[in-house]
Design a protein around this ligand. Sequence first.
Ligand code: PMP
Length: 395
Amino acid sequence: MTYQFSNRVPKTNNDPVGDILKAAADPKVTSFAGGLPAPELFPVEQVKAAADKVLAEKGPAALQYSSAQGVPELRNVVLKRLEVEGIHTTADNVMIATGSQQSIDLTAKMFLDEGSAVIVEDPTYLTAVDVFRSYGAHFVGVDMDEDGMRMDSLEEALKNNPDTRLIYTVPTFQNPTGRTMTLERRKKLVALADKYDVMVLEDNPYGAIRWEGENLPSLRSLDKTGHVIYMGTMSKVFAPGLRIGWVVAEPKLLKKYTMMKQSADLHTDSFSQYVCAQYFTDNDINDHIKRITALYHKREQLMMSAIDKYFPAGVQHSNPQGGMFLWVMVPGVKSSQQLFDAAMKRNVAVVPGDPFYGNQPEPGTFRMNYSNTPEEGIVDGVKQLAAALDEVMSV
Ligand code: PMP
C-alpha cells in the first residue's frame, strides 16, 4: 500500500527527539533531557478534592459537551493569572485551548500558507518548529544573546521578508535557552511589529517561575495596536496532564480561534476545565508556585555550581533567573550529536541543540533541564557530562 500523505506529514519516520527521550527514560540514565515538572510537587490530594466536588456539584455539566471558547469558571480564573502578567482584559477575549501546544497549532493553521515566513528565535522551542514546518513555513531565524532576541537582527529579518506572517517568541525563561528578553527589547519588538504590521505570538509558559530579578511586562501588556497574541498554560505552574492552556486575542481574532478550535476538537475536556477552576478556587496557586520556584532554584543552583566546578574551560552557558532550562555552548565541536553520544556512554542524557533551530543549527550546543532531576543525581550527572565534554573537545 502506498499512502498519499499530505505535505503536512513528515517525509521520514526520523524522530530524534523521541529517540532521545526514550533512551533517557532508562533508569540507569541521569536525564537532564526532558522538560517535565517535578512530579513530587503535583497537588494530587487537592486535585482529588476538587474532582470530587465537581462531580458532586456539577457532575452532568462536567461530563457534557461544552463551548469551544471554554468553561466560563475557568476563563475567569485565567483572568486573574493574566492580571499578574499586566494583561487587563475580559473573559470574552480568552479562549481555553488543549495546552499551549494547541494554541501554537491553531495559530499556525490560521496564519500560514505554504512558504509563508515565520520569524523565530534561534534557537527556539522545538515542537513549535515541528508545527510551523508542518504548515509549510519558511523559517527566518533571529540571533539571540543573553538579553533575548536581538532587535537589529529582527528588523533585518522583517525588512528582508515582507511575507512574514508571524513572529514567534518565548520572551521569558525561553525554552531551550532559559534567557529572558529585556524590557527595552520588549518595547522595541512591539514597536517593530506595529511598524511592519506583523503579528506576534507570545508564548509564556515559564514566566511565573522566577527566583531572581524583577518581573517584566508581557509583550501583550505593552502592545497598544493589537499585534500581540498571548498564550499561557497550566502545564508548568500546575499540571501538564490536565492539558489546559489559553489564548488571549482581540474579539475578531478570538472568534476565528474558536471556529478553528471547534473544527479541531470541539472543545477542551470539560471535566478537566471544571477541576482546574475548582482547584484554583479552593487553593492558593501563588503558594504552590512559590514551592515550585524554590525547588527549581535549589536544583538550578546545584547544577550551576557543579558546572562551574567540573565543566572544561571555554564551555559557556546561560544564567537563567527562572524557568526550567539552561543552554550550553561548547567551542570547537562539529556536531551536537557527538556530545549526546559521548554523554550517553556515561549514562547522562541532554537534548542536543539541532532540533531547536528552524534552519542551520549551531554545533556544540545542548539543552539541560533541572526541574525533573532529584538533587542526589545532579552533581554526579554533571561530573559525567564534564568527562564527556572533555572527551569530545580533545578530539
Ligand atoms: N511552549 C513552550 C515554550 C513549551 O516549552 C511547551 C512545553 N514544553 C509548550 C509550549 C507546550 O506546553 P503545553 O501544551 O503543555 O501547554
